[in-house]
Design a binder for this molecule. Sequence first.
Ligand SMILES: [Zn+2]
Length: 237
Amino acid sequence: MAGVRLWFRFHGELNDFLALARRNVEFEHIAGITDTAKHVIESLGVPHTEVGRVTVNGEIHPLSEPLARGDHVHIFPHATPVVLRSPRFVVDGHLGRLAAYLRMLGFDTWYERLAGDALLAAIASSEQRLLLTRDVGLLKRREVLQGYCVRSDKPNDQLREVSGRFALSLHFAPFTRCMDCNGPLSPVSKNEVADLLPPHTRETKNEFSRCLNCGKVFWRGSHHARMLGWIQALAGR
Ligand SMILES: [Zn+2]
């Protein structure tokens, strides 16, 4: 059989991607002679975006380099939190609530419900956005340099997970961005928007903002206080 016999050991959260029998143990695997570390690690189920560091026989090894017969390969996740200098996201069409929550917290978040994998990967690459998805195959695309596989399946848990992983509370700017279109919100006087308001809102509310992109008007309603409480809990205050 043409190939090289190698030993692999995945660490920490990378085990989430492995079959049970391969978790937290060293296991044997036969790879192609010219396969790079990236190729073999991804063929074992772990997208390169999740990999922080690889060692081969105890030495740091670049993902782009091939492996050699008998190598002992250890694969480590990123140290968390992963602190992003200026967090910008592109969010998979299946994670619409998460996208809206990130926008609510002020994060520049590209989201189109019907966007296909090729477009998502292209946006991640050309706009240098971190791709959030639950699709492991999408994260394996070469052009996706920064990405994360969201583990939780409930939107609230997803936001808590992503916020904690990337220390997002350092950058929270709640209610500064449109949840519908990602445009920036700007304060606006009641007079300017009076015609657009339902009568009850016109009588009872005094603080308004408007999306500079789509024109939607927002005001501080009862859900605002509830969201603020939630945001403070996320920020650990
Ligand atoms: Zn808008």
